[in-house]
Write a protein that binds this ligand. Structure first.
Ligand code: CP
Ligand code: NVA
Length: 313
């Protein structure tokens, strides 16, 4: 069976743990060159990206593989060739695909039609690679994940969904503070509740920012209008005003709370400049960890995978 990474649910709790350990090893030594020799990874981006694209390109080359960046605009995919046909053809050339797209179903279809591993580099519904780096960052700062109280403030979006799932696996207490009408997908919430009940964590939702942030050790936020929602940006800015992470809101959190943001950030909208550029912010480490966590992920999927060996032949 070809192994994919389409959501955090593709990992077990033990694998997540191992992956974070390995990501720490990569953080301590950029020169580890393992696992991807002779491996070509196609990177397809249907939306813009700074961190994900560059960190994957660097990760693949530092591990000895070849990254092949394929802008969707330049592929026949951009002119209507089906996702299925694209997957079938690319499976004959490259050993894996890292894909940023719109509907999560496009990733499912790529994975089903092709014969090579597919990694979700962000969809409208989830951003699992981001959650790996988020957990690596939190663990490095707080020493552990189990029992950590994390509050995400803002839109119940792709980043929130992956955090919920990852927090559930890792035994964290995850709270989502969202404006009315912007709650995360109830299916993801129910799934995270189930995993959290096994790992000793918990999940809660509220529309009250101060109440939700109370006692949080980690405060996390993301843009109010995600890629593809640009026409809603002005109306969201008005509706989300109460949900800005600023010094006043942060005062409700733990005294030592750290602040995360997946970036890109809009200072003065979802986060105040004084917070993102202040002493509690760990966003630059968080962005760096994308590289290390993705190296560990690539090794997990491409290491000694038998399917991969066949694809190479
Ligand atoms: N956080 C993140 O995924 O950033 P990019 O959109 O720049 O890849
Ligand atoms: N929620 C944001 C994340 C960007 C990394 C978006 O989808 O645009």
């Amino acid at each position: 069976m070809t192994r994919h990474f389409l959501t955090i649910a593709d990992l077990t709790a033990a694998e997540l743990d191992m992956l974070l350990d390995r990501a720490d090893v990569h953080r301590s030594d950029r020169r580890i060159r393992d696992g991807l020799d002779g491996t070509t990874i196609g990177l397809i981006f249907e939306k813009p990206s700074t961190r994900t694209r560059v960190s994957f390109e660097v990760a693949v080359s530092e591990l000895g593989g070849t990254p092949l960046v394929l802008s969707a605009r330049d592929l026949q995919l951009g002119r209507g060739e089906t996702v299925g046909d694209t997957a079938r053809v690319l499976s004959r050339y490259v050993h894996g695909l890292v894909v940023r797209t719109f509907a999560q179903q496009r990733l499912d279809e790529l994975a089903l039609s092709g014969t090579i591993p597919v990694i979700n580099a962000l969809s409208d519904h989830s951003h699992p690679c981001q959650a790996l780096a988020d957990l690596q960052t939190i663990r490095a700062r707080l020493g552990a994940l189990r029992g950590v109280r994390l509050t995400y403030v803002g839109d119940g979006n792709n980043v929130a969904h992956s955090l919920l799932r990852a927090g559930g696996l890792a035994g964290m207490h995850t709270t989502i503070v969202h404006p009315e009408g912007h709650a995360p997908d109830p299916v993801v919430v129910a799934e995270a509740e189930r995993t959290a009940s096994r790992s000793g964590g918990s999940v809660s939702l509220t529309t009250d920012p101060v109440d939700g942030v109370k006692g949080a050790q980690v405060v996390y936020t993301d843009v109010w209008a995600s890629m593809g929602q640009d026409d809603e940006r002005a109306s969201r800015v008005a509706r989300f005003e109460r949900y800005r992470v600023d010094a006043d809101l942060l005062a409700a959190a733990d005294n030592d709370a750290i602040v995360l943001h997946c970036l890109p950030a809009h200072r003065g909208e979802e986060i105040a400049a004084e917070v993102i550029d202040g002493p509690r912010s760990v966003v630059w480490d968080q962005a760096e960890n994308r590289l290390h966590a993705q190296k560990a992920l690539l090794e997990l999927l491409f290491g000694a995978h038998p399917r991969h060996e066949r694809a190479r032949g």
